[in-house]
Design a protein around this ligand. Structure first.
Ligand code: C2O
Ligand code: CU
Ligand code: CU
Length: 506
């Protein structure tokens, strides 16, 4: 297999030019974009109102704007309630939330709640398109443990472009245990959201959307919370960083420039059982990690991304950015930072959903831009799953390209990797998992509570170009006696089919 055959296979898709990958390996690009010159912007907490019915209501307007991603340059971008990114949404377990979301973009989009356990019709996947000028009003009850989730567009075949233009936001779920645990939790002070993304710019500062790679838009400039060259003033001796890889195709290997250790406290779906002391961690697109790092007075330390170590059987690793080193964010400690409590030794309990070696209910082979030899078809249901069952899936990347695997609606556990127990960083709740070539990952997950014969959930590679090229499938979760009744979609328009039980107007 080679690149040409893979491209030939993708007949009918937009063909991007070959070559041009060589320029982006190596050291950070010198210049103003990588010197730390501006304070890190913190996305505001979204305002919300709680009515007599107890429902917490949020409003999002998806809009076009202009951002200063690079100092002194004006970049046209898209954002939620602003020019770029979105406010941080926050809700408590067992709280009912409701959204009024207006699409003021010049094209249809969707809003997907990545990592959220919720009814399929509210999921915001490719079946919940919001037409131009239209409004979407999903509502559900949050029922999962505290976690750092995120929201982003999921329009069929155009997710990469919509995310690249700036549409991403954090969604923090709180629960009683995170309220009481002695962890840094003052938003924007010692509890900091970091949306880490790579971008390329044209000479006039516009986002460069040309794609000389096969992996997806791979940028030479790192932006955090929407800007390049950011620093963060830290006033406490411990800071919690909630980090999201919001990139299309770039994998980060996060570490500090002095190799100091940090404590990993949470992954995609919430807290680990206990903090893990690490000196680096790999994060692929869509994944989140929460770490706590200690700083001494007046210290300056750089959060960086180092070359990727997990590269067995990866072809053209340099073209995928695996050799790159980037500065991401400088931490600048106050001269005498406020002292805080050490991270508790015990964080959460995680009951095992399945025993190692359990026979899988479903197996998934990732290869080329396909899963089990098929590309996404919005009119094909790939499997049905009985509600309130626990399933074991195995996933294998049988490719020489990087891929990862994301499942909607659930948080899963990595039961074993080639029969071995997962490392600490993969031992907690996950919804997105990097899949190294030729390893077999056994996952366990429970499809609780929500069933719907009409609207499916997705599973897919979260490298956004791969997802857009169809490396995705759909499943329905069915109640006893329910028969699949999937809605037929007109491809690829999808404008304004109503969603039963949801309000569409505009
Ligand atoms: Cu983050 Cu199906 O998506
Ligand atoms: Cu998702
Ligand atoms: Cu992929």
């Amino acid at each position: 297999m080679n690149v040409v055959s893979r491209r030939g296979f993708l007949a009918g898709l937009a063909v991007v030019p070959l070559a041009g990958c060589a320029a982006r390996s190596g050291a950070p690009i010198p210049g103003s974009a990588t010197s730390t010159s501006r304070p890190l912007p913190i996305p505001p907490l979204a305002s919300s109102s709680v009515g007599a019915d107890g429902v917490r209501r949020f409003t999002l307007d998806i809009q076009q704007g202009t951002s200063e991603m690079l100092p002194g340059k004006r970049t046209p971008t898209w954002g939620y309630n602003g020019a770029i990114l979105g406010p941080t949404l926050r809700a408590k377990r067992n709280e009912s939330v409701a959204f009024t979301i207006r699409n003021s973009l010049p094209e249809p989009t969707t809003v997907h709640w990545h990592g959220m356990h919720l009814p399929a019709r509210c999921d915001g996947g490719p079946h919940q398109t919001i037409a131009v000028g239209g409004t979407w009003e999903p509502a559900w009850t949050v029922d999962q443990q505290a976690a750092t989730l995120w929201y982003h567009p999921h329009p069929h075949g155009a997710t990469e472009k919509h995310v690249y233009r700036g549409l991403s936001g954090m969604f923090i779920v709180d629960d009683e245990s995170t309220d009481t645990l002695d962890l840094p939790k003052e938003y924007g002070v010692d509890d900091i959201p970091l949306v880490i993304q790579d971008r390329r710019f044209t000479a006039d500062g516009a986002l460069d959307e040309s794609d000389p790679t096969d992996i997806g838009l791979l940028g030479d400039t790192i932006v955090v919370n929407g800007i390049a060259g950011a620093y963060l003033d830290v006033r406490t001796d411990r800071v919690r960083l909630r980090m999201l890889n919001g990139s299309s195709g770039r994998i980060y290997h996060l570490a500090f420039d002095d190799h100091r250790t940090f404590q990993l406290i949470a992954t995609d779906g919430g807290l680990l059982t206990a903090p893990a002391t690490l000196s680096s961690i790999q994060v692929s697109p869509g994944e989140r990690v929460e770490i706590v790092v200690e700083l001494r007075g007046a210290e300056r330390v750089m959060l960086r991304s180092l070359p990727i170590e997990q590269r067995r059987d990866i072809d053209r690793a340099a073209a995928f950015g695996f050799d790159d080193t980037f500065d991401i964010l400088q931490l600048r400690a106050a001269p005498s930072p406020k002292t805080s409590a050490p991270v508790p030794d015990s964080l959460a309990s995680i009951p095992a959903l399945a025993a190692p070696g359990t026979t899988p209910d479903h197996t998934f082979e990732l290869k080329w831009f396909m899963i089990n030899g098929r590309r996404m078809d919005m009119n094909r249901i790939d499997m049905t799953i009985p509600v309130d069952t626990t399933q074991v899936w195995t996933v294998r990347n049988n490719d020489n390209w990087p891929h990862n695997f994301h499942v909607h609606d659930v948080q899963f556990q990595v039961v074993d990797i080639d029969g071995k127990a997962p490392p600490p960083a993969l031992a907690g709740w996950k919804d997105t998992l990097y899949t190294e070539p030729r390893f077999t990952y056994r996952l366990a997950m429970r499809f609780a509570q929500h069933s719907d014969p009409t609207y499916p959930y997705m599973f897919h590679c979260h490298l956004l170009l791969h997802e857009d090229h169809g490396m995705m499938g759909q499943f329905l979760v069915l109640a006893p006696g329910q028969q699949p009744a999937p809605m037929r979609m007109d491809m690829p328009g999808m404008e304004s089919e109503g969603t039963p039980g949801m309000n569409h107007h505009g």
